[in-house]
Structures are given as C-alpha cells and as structure tokens.
Design a protein around this ligand. Sequence first.
Ligand SMILES: *[C@@H]1O[C@H](CO)[C@@H](O)[C@H](O)[C@H]1NC(C)=O
Length: 232
Amino acid sequence: MPPFSTTTLLTILTLLILTTLATPSPPLPYAIFLLRAFGPLSPLQLLARHHLLTLHLPARTLAPPSLARTHTFASFLADFALGAIDVLIIPGGARARSPDLGPEVDFIRRVVGAGQVGHLVTICTGSGVAAQAGVLDGRRVTTNRGAWATVGAVGPAVKWVAPACWAVDGNIWSPSGVSAGLDLIFAFIKGKYPDGPALATKFSGLIEYQPNTNSSHDPWSGYFNIPTPNQL
Ligand SMILES: *[C@@H]1O[C@H](CO)[C@@H](O)[C@H](O)[C@H]1NC(C)=O
C-alpha cells in the first residue's frame, strides 16, 4: 500500500483552493467538502509524520470533481481484502442527503459488514449514510443536530445519542456536527496511539485549534430541541 503522503494531500488542498478561487461565484459544495473531509483529515495528515498511515479515498467513480479520489468502489474492493481497512471514515455534507446513494450504501455494507473494519468513523451526516447500510443498527451513535430528524428517519434501529459532542460505541466513533468531527479526531488520536496525548497537544498548536475534550459538552442539543432518550 502506498504511504499516506502529506505532499499529495497538500497538493489536493491547494488544487481545491485554487479551483475555488478561480470560480466566479464561490462554490458552496466545495466549501462543505473541504471542511467536512479535510477538517478532520488535517490532524491525520500531521499524524502521518509520526506513524505509518495509509489513506485511500474511494468513490463510486473517478469522474470530476474527483481530485481526492483514489479508487472506485469496485477497484477498492478488488485491491483490498475485506478486513484490510483499519479505519473507514464516512463524511457527511450535502450529498449525504441525496436519495441516490445506492453505490455508497452497498460499498459500506460490504466493507463494514460483519465487523470487517477496525473502526468506523462517521462525520456529521455521514452517520445517515452508514445507517442506510444497516451497519449502525443497535449501536449508540450521534449525528448533526440540525439534521437530527432526517438522519434519524433513515436509521430507525440506531440508538441516537444526545446530548453529546461525540459518541463511541465499541469500534464506532461518531461526532455530532462537522466541527465536532475535529474534536473527535483529536480524541481518536489521543486514545489510539501510545504517544497520542502528546501528539494531540502538538497538533492542536500546529493547526491553532483548541479541541473540546469533553464528549458531554453539547450546546447544540438544547439549541435544536433534540430529544434525549439515549444519553452518553
Ligand atoms: C462536560 O460537559 C458537561 C455538559 O456540559 C458538564 O456537565 C461537565 O461538567 C463537563 N465536564 C468537565 C470535566 O468539564
């Protein structure tokens, strides 16, 4: 497997930013994509300087806009044995609410299936996509407060948790909204690497972000009047 390359990620980021700047009206999906995918990825990019990390970005096709995609779902399934992926991250965003997610849902069902990934990390409304694959049934998961009702509707068998900045149920890690995804990634790094606490402190300074370290801290459940039958 190719090593996770910080240069590649930086190049992708630069290209995305340049594309955004070159477009007359700011393309909102790019802004969402950058934040949702690359916000939580930046601590991982830093982590790659300290620990061997490989990153693959599968999508249904490699068609544009596909700067960040490394595999189609089919080539990914051909290249990797089930069980080979340690961390699968499912971002959310506008596309996560599309009615046309058949290939994504099938892919998640196949890759996650019966405990075939080490960890499943959903970001924001990505939990709604994972829920449609049935891989969150019976698990304690949280999601974006503003999308609570729509995401809940596609995952009636999921134990949706609130209030929570993020929830962990075994190998399933889920933040509430997208910014909480960054807090979760810091908690993940802290919890999963022996030098994680020191690295988290270091990365926090490098990206000038002070993560919330309290998974119970959730001002948004009250703001959105979220029901709380399943608490942390
Ligand atoms: C974590 O947040 C909860 C909810 O806001 C609060 O009650 C609790 O005191 C906080 N814990 C710490 C250690 O700050």
